[in-house]
Structure formats: structure tokens, C-alpha cells
Design a protein around this ligand. Structure first.
Ligand code: WTA
Length: 704
């Protein structure tokens, strides 16, 4: 460990004065109907009852065969849940509701253009569509249980149909967020070795019909370069029968699903009874290296966990109309638009487009019209809606009993607007902290039983026992005012099973840091390292400070600095690149790229454009940096490592910390002067950072 890093750590141990927020209490109307209103539930999920407490979640499902071992710890940290049990996830989300709810909407889909028809898809209709697509995948696609299929689908009903069709067959689905580039999709296809790609020709975004099929061709080319060829591309059409892409269909490889479907009308496919431990899906996410990780989620453990947390934390009853305003291309959508709500047989709303299209009243019109009573979104959407339409919610007649915030820390001020304006002071809020790797919530409040505190997610959820460790592995006590690394002491059913094809990376990333004894088969020796900084108040509530690894959370999307940097250095003129987070009013964080040019190359604005383009091509538009700074050299340690926290400090007009250990300390002033004067000229005037934000910037790049 280098001296500079030691200094940083000791800085992090100095207690900070964190302002405590006031509690907010749930209204009586909420408590009287809540799924979890009896405090005895805390006792049922106490550590003393672990792991058997999770039987309560698993019993929400229908099992073909009951399990014999609740938690198998014989091969840590590859935990196995509900071993011996068998079930089918699609059966649990669809078939079993038919007897009581066949006419009830499983999904209500709202297209972005307001003049297009909103569609209710009943459980019966969903059953038919899922069966037909499962038959097509099996008989035309030739896939069987255990195979992988990649989707690159936007927010259309075809996406959950495809997910459930795979689940019916025991096929592992891997959905790539529609906004990711073709190249990003191609990398994930190759990594998962999916022989089939399911995509769509086009979709609506901000009033425009975007060409999406073009990305499939790019994806296949990238996968091919990595030595993997896709056999079939199944293309849904946003308007059936009408192809809305410029890209030609490739004969013998690309097929229109609506045409193939004629052969599969009314076909039924028996759900395949899968072992609880069979993988249900992969979800790729960014980490410290350039290659995204395919997080592998199980069937029995995952589905139990999302059903249980949907019931108690989302307070979903079958008669609710629930709207999670996320994209199914992220874990939130998998767990809390599709699998959790459908396992409980409720009605889940899906919206195709952007929140503010065609105006910032749109979400509230949808809520009013559909009678939504549970609403779920991310701080970035809340900030945006507050900025452009602070008075809009009051104009619409809807009533939320419950609201969720997820994906990023929420500023207390933004939280209060959410509570007062969006929730009209009547809705409980749960701030749910968790990650792609976790399957479901880790930290939150049980809405009828634990008061809310703006800016804090709350304590660990039922059956989750978090702890904060310092760098040396000592417990940072609640109420000490010190920040540290939040970890979970125990396994839980929703935890991912591993990184697809990378067992070593899995153990190293999540368990190595705090494992007490690698030989031990006792879960107590294997705390899960979440990669987030946090502080715990005396009341046990956690305030999440953000990532301590090289990941930047932009509008709730995880972007790896290494991915951004390797995309950037595909630009010929660039020798070195470093990505840092900058506090952003709407997106929470934005990315700034620092680049150093190859010798003999002159700085010019073309380079900035090329960097933007390269990032858009390699990752997607969401990753485009706010600024690209061309610098004469990067601040580096004597061993040649770029000190990202120094440039992060400059970008945020914050303290850069100790620079005496740099090999080139003189460069810091030069960069600061250039960047900060340019920012002031661009109107990006700084505001004072909160203690949380300062902590995050200071910790940035610590994982290096
Ligand atoms: C951050 C999203 C503060 C955190 C479900 C985590 C949060 C990363 C919260 C995971 C929250 C998520 N408060 N920060 N309520 N929820 N985060 O994998 O840094 O897309 O590690 O999963 O988002 O992002 P991911």
C-alpha cells in the first residue's frame, strides 16, 4: 500500500458531523392495510432464526418439490438456497394466477406517444403470449434448459413476455438495457455465449422512433470479433407488419417474430420444473475492470426474495396497481417490475418513454388515469420532474399509498419534495438500497413499522444483517460519525450465485477483503463486501455515500471508469485517459474525462468530439461525459498510477487532499486553473458539497 492511500484512509476515519434529519411517520391509513403491520415480524427474521426465517418468503411460491436444505454453505462463498427444491418461475408468475385472476391485467403498457393506445395484458393473455414465444424459442430457436439467450429490448411488453418464455423453458435470459450500444450488447452476447439475440426494430424515445435493429448488426460484428457467432436474430416490430429500421434483414439469420408467430399460435409449452439452484438470468453490470460482470441469479432463492420483499417492503397486494418507473433492462425492472409483482399476482404498469414527454405532467396523468397507488422511481427522475414541473403533481387526481426511491443516494431536500408534492403528504416512502448483485433490497424501512428518515435508507431489511468495517476490518460503530465500507454479514436467498464464467473474480471482488478464514465453511467468516461507503447513525439507520470502487453512478446507472477509459483510448490521438465523477444537479453524478495526448499531437476540439463518439459507440449515449479535459499530463504517484481523487477534487471544486506523494505535484495547479476557469466560463458554477459528497470524492479511486 502506498503512503498516499494510507493518509487517505486515516482522513476517512475522522468523525464527521452528519446532520441528522427528522423522522417522518406512516399515516394510519397505510398502517391499517399494510402487509407487515405486526412488529413480531422482526423477531421472526432475527439472527437467531436465520436461515430458516426465509422459509416465509419461499412459501409465497408454489414448489413442485419442497427443499430439504434451506442454506447449504459447503462451498463458500457459493451459497446454495432451498437445495432439493424444484419450481418454475414462469408458472409462479403466470399460470398459478389464472384460476383466480385470468381477466385481471398483469401488465398495463403505456406507449410513449400519447395518441397510441394503452394496452392491458391480462394474465390469460400473458399466458398465451408467453407460451407461444416459448414454443417459438424452443422449436425454431432450438434452445433448451441451461442455454443462454440475449435480449436487447426496449420497454415493450415483448420484453417480459420473452423473459417469462425463457423462464418457462429453464433457459437463462440476459437482457441488455436498450440504451446500451450495439458494441456493449455484442460483448455481453460473446461473454454469455448466446446463440440467439432477441431485439426490436425500433422504439419511441422523446417523440422519435429510434432505429434499434442497427445495433443488432453492430452487436453481432463485435461478438464475431470476440470469436462468437450468433445463429439467429429474432426481431419484433414495434408496429407489427411494418419495418421501421434502415438496416436490411440478413437472409437466414434475421427473422421477424410476428411472421414466425403464425406457426406457434395457441401452442402450449409445459413449464420445465427446475432445481431451485438453476440460474434464472444474467444481468451484466460494471465493476473495477473493463469487462462487465454477468451476475448470475438463481431461480428459487431469487424468486423467493423478490416475492417476499415485494410483499413487505413494496406492500404489494394483488388488488394494487403498481408502477415501477424503471427500465426492465436494469435489475430494478427485473425484480420489481416483472418477477416480484407478478409472483404476487398484481398489476404492473410499464411505460415506454421518458418521464417528461411530452410535458412534465405525463407521469401524473398516467397515474391518475390508471389508478396507480404504488409508485417506484429513482432520485434522478425525481430531481428532473421537480426541476421542470414542480407544481404538476397537484394538478392531477391520483393517490399514492406508497412510494419508493432507489438507485442513488437521495438528497433530503429532494426527498421532501417527493413526499410533499408527489406523495401529497399521504404516501409512505421506502428508500431502498441494493445492487444488481443482490437480487432485492438490502437496506430500507418496513413502511408501517419503521419511520422514514430523508437521505437514509434505513436499517438492514428483514433477514439482512449489515455492518460497517474500516479498512483494517474493525467494526465502525453506529453513531460514531465515522464512514466505512458497508458489508452484509450473512448470505440471503437473493444474492447472486456468481459472475458468469469468472469464479475467481467473484470471490476476489466480493469476499476477499473481509474474509476471516478462507477454509471456513461458516457463513459468519464470509461478509459480503458491497463496494459502497456508508455511515450508520445511532438509531441503526444507514446513509449510503456511494461507491468506493471505480464505478460512477450516473442517473442510477453504474458506469465503470475502466470501461469509459478503454473506450476513450480507442481514439488515436489519446495516450491516457481517466474518468471521474462530478456532482450533477439532475443526474446525481456525471462523468468527466481527463485525457493526455500522444507526443506531437496538438489539442483541438475535434478530440473532444471523438471521445464523445467513442464512448457512445462502445457503451451508449447514457455514458457521454459532461466535459472532456485535455491535460498536459495526469497527476501520478511515483509508481505511475493516476491519482483519480486529485482530478475528481478539481472537477468538483473540492479539496484535492494530500499531493506531496505525487511524482508531478506541480501539474495539479496547472490542471486546476485550466479546468476550473473553463467551468466557470461554461456556467458550471460550483456549489458547496455536503459531507456525504466530500467523503465520496475523497474516497474516489481508493480501490486502485
Ligand atoms: C447505489 C440498483 C443510495 C449504490 C438497484 C449501489 C444507492 C449501486 C441506493 C447499485 C440507495 C442503489 N441509496 N445509493 N437507495 N440504491 N444505490 O447495481 O452505490 O444498478 O452500490 O443496482 O447504486 O447500482 P445497481
Amino acid at each position: 500500500m502506498e503512503v498516499a492511500e494510507e493518509i487517505q484512509v486515516s482522513e476517512g476515519q475522522i468523525a464527521v458531523h452528519w446532520r441528522e434529519e427528522e423522522y417522518f411517520y406512516p399515516p394510519a391509513t397505510f398502517i391499517s392495510q399494510a402487509n407487515a403491520a405486526d412488529p413480531a415480524i422482526f423477531e421472526r427474521f432475527s439472527e437467531e432464526h436465520f436461515p430458516e426465517c426465509f422459509k416465509e418468503y419461499a412459501d409465497l411460491l408454489d414448489w413442485d418439490a419442497y427443499w430439504h436444505t434451506t442454506l447449504d454453505t459447503s462451498n463458500p462463498p457459493f451459497w446454495k438456497w432451498f437445495v432439493g427444491g424444484r419450481l418454475n418461475a414462469c408458472f409462479n408468475c403466470v399460470d398459478r394466477h389464472l384460476a383466480t385472476s385470468h381477466d385481471k391485467a398483469a401488465f398495463i403498457w403505456v406507449p410513449e406517444p400519447e395518441d397510441q393506445e394503452t394496452k392491458a395484458i391480462t394474465y390469460q393473455e400473458l399466458y398465451r403470449r408467453v407460451n407461444e414465444f416459448a414454443a417459438l424459442l424452443r422449436d425454431f430457436g432450438g434452445v433448451k434448459a441451461g442455454d443462454r439467450v440475449t435480449f436487447h429490448l426496449p420497454m415493450v411488453p415483448e420484453l417480459p413476455v420473452a423473459m417469462l418464455a425463457c423462464a418457462r423453458l429453464g433457459v437463462i435470459h440476459s437482457e441488455v438495457f436498450g440504451g446500451f450500444s450495439g458494441a456493449a450488447c455484442g460483448g455481453r452476447i460473446a461473454d454469455s455465449e448466446s446463440r440467439i439475440l432477441v431485439t426490436m426494430d425500433s422504439y419511441y424515445r422523446e417523440g422519435k422512433l429510434l432505429d434499434h435493429k442497427v445495433k443488432a448488426d453492430e452487436a453481432l460484428a463485435v461478438a464475431h470479433d470476440r470469436g462468437f457467432d450468433v445463429e439467429k436474430v429474432l426481431v419484433w416490430r414495434r408496429h407489427p407488419g411494418q419495418y421501421s429500421s434502415e438496416t436490411p434483414m440478413v437472409d437466414g439469420r434475421d427473422f421477424f417474430v410476428d411472421e414466425l408467430m403464425d406457426d406457434y399460435r395457441e401452442k402450449l409449452v409445459e413449464p420445465v420444473s427446475m432445481p431451485a439452484e438453476a440460474p434464472l438470468f444474467l444481468m451484466y453490470t460494471s465493476g473495477t475492470t473493463g469487462q462487465p460482470k454477468g451476475c448470475q441469479h438463481s431461480t428459487g432463492g431469487y424468486l423467493s426474495y423478490v416475492a417476499g420483499t415485494s410483499k413487505y417492503y413494496q406492500d404489494i397486494h394483488p388488488e394494487d396497481t403498481y408502477w415501477c418507473f424503471a427500465d426492465i433492462g436494469w435489475i430494478t425492472g427485473h425484480s420489481y417490475i416483472v418477477y416480484g409483482p407478478l409472483a404476487l399476482g398484481t398489476t404492473s404498469v410499464m411505460y415506454e418513454g421518458v418521464p417528461t414527454y411530452p410535458d412534465p405532467g405525463r407521469p401524473w396523468r398516467i397515474a391518475e388515469r390508471l389508478g396507480v397507488n404504488i409508485f417506484h422511481t429513482a432520485p434522478t427522475t425525481i430531481r428532473m420532474l421537480r426541476k421542470v414541473g414542480p407544481d404538476e403533481p397537484a394538478k392531477y387526481d391520483y393517490r399514492f399509498k406508497h412510494m419508493t426511491t432507489v438507485g442513488e443516494p437521495i438528497e433530503p431536500d429532494v426527498w421532501r419534495w417527493y413526499h410533499e408534492a408527489v406523495g401529497k403528504g399521504e404516501a409512505v416512502i421506502v428508500d431502498t438500497w441494493w445492487q444488481t448483485e443482490n437480487g432485492g433490497f438490502l437496506g430500507s424501512t418496513l413502511p408501517a413499522l419503521q419511520p422514514m428518515k430523508p437521505g437514509s435508507c434505513g436499517p438492514g431489511v428483514l433477514g439482512i444483517y449489515p455492518v460497517i468495517y474500516d479498512e483494517q476490518g474493525e467494526v465502525v460503530e453506529a453513531g460514531s460519525g465515522r464512514a466505512g465500507n458497508i458489508c452484509i454479514r450473512n448470505p440471503w436467498p437473493g444474492i447472486f450465485q456468481g459472475i458468469w464464467g469468472q469464479d475467481e473474480r467473484f470471490v476476489q471482488t466480493y469476499y476477499e477483503k473481509y474474509c476471516r478464514n478462507k477454509e471456513s465453511k461458516d457463513w459468519r467468516d464470509w461478509p459480503y463486501f458491497a463496494g459502497d461507503g456508508a455511515v450508520q447513525a445511532a438509531d441503526g439507520y444507514f446513509r449510503i455515500l456511494g461507491r468506493v470502487d471505480d464505478v460512477i453512478n450516473v442517473a442510477g446507472h453504474r458506469l465503470g471508469t475502466k470501461e469509459l477509459e478503454s473506450a476513450t483510448i480507442t481514439v488515436d490521438e489519446i495516450a491516457e485517459a481517466a474518468a471521474v465523477p462530478v456532482i450533477d444537479e439532475i443526474r446525481g453524478r456525471a462523468v468527466e474525462m481527463y485525457v493526455a495526448l500522444k507526443p506531437g499531437v496538438d489539442a483541438n476540439s475535434d478530440i473532444e468530439q471523438k471521445v464523445q463518439k467513442a464512448i457512445e459507440t462502445e457503451i451508449g449515449k447514457i455514458a457521454r461525459p459532461k466535459n472532456v479535459w485535455i491535460v498536459p499530463d495526469m497527476p501520478k504517484t511515483r509508481s505511475g498510477k493516476i491519482m483519480r481523487r486529485v482530478i475528481a477534487g478539481i472537477s468538483n471544486f473540492a479539496d484535492v487532499g494530500d499531493i506531496t506523494t505525487l511524482a508531478n505535484p506541480e501539474i495539479v495547479d496547472e490542471i486546476r486553473e485550466h479546468v476550473q476557469s473553463e467551468k466557470v466560463a461554461r456556467g458550471e458554477t460550483p456549489r458547496e458539497l455536503s459531507p456525504e459528497e466530500m467523503e465520496e470524492i475523497k474516497a474516489f479511486g481508493r480501490a486502485e
